[in-house]
Design a protein around this ligand. Sequence first.
Ligand code: FPP
Length: 244
Amino acid sequence: MLTKTDEAAPTDGPKHVAIIMDGNGRWAQSRGKPRLFGHSAGARRVRQIVEACPDLGVKYLTIFAFSTENWKRTQTEVAGLMLLFRRYIQKETKDLIENGIRVRFIGDRIKLDKKLVALMDELERVTAHNDLVHMTVALNYGGRDEVARATKRLAQEVADGKLSPDDVDEETLTRFLDTCVLPDPDLVIRTSGEARISNFLLWQSAYSEYEFIDTLWPDFTPEVFAKVLAGYGGRERRFGAVPA
Ligand code: FPP
């Protein structure tokens, strides 16, 4: 069982960290290997990062594994990634349960292979009682797509007479999002030197801090993670207000 080993785990650090895990392809190519070699190394890194969360005071970790745009990659890469997700779930389930990690998936499952969806459902079910770390994996996820799907469901409730248009506000829409049970991310990290959001948690990150770092995802060690979080400690978040 994974436990918090450090009683003095930071209390003022970010509770919810979201990560755009970028740079697997370049990491592999710089070693003369195929891109999928980088994705496999990236998957191993996920395990270390989620396991580092309790000591770093991170309760919620949300990771971008596959975007609604990633289908544009070659068929070989897409199929390889899908197989990697399946293998990851099969291989990691036991440790995730024992380590107190609750896993959720966000994104549209419609386009995903049925065997993969069954494994995702099962992993959510068997970790549902865990509470040490809440890991959310964004798979076939796009922020715009999520808002569009939420709006569709909301519109259906209006059409069914269950909801009045006058009662629709930010809180109402939030309830229809894939992330409805999660707090908004405090910090969004993107690895590999690119400084863009790429359709990740658009609604939820309205007031998040951002950290763009050069490290490629397979090189993102728990030590690098700790350093990024230490940098967050000094920031003043105002949520649109003026300083006190
Ligand atoms: C972006 O790097 C990474 C992805 C599209 C896939 C992310 C997947 C993993 C880290 C592995 C598996 C995750 C889980 C949850 C098992 P890129 O390929 O765009 O890199 P590049 O910009 O260098 O080409």
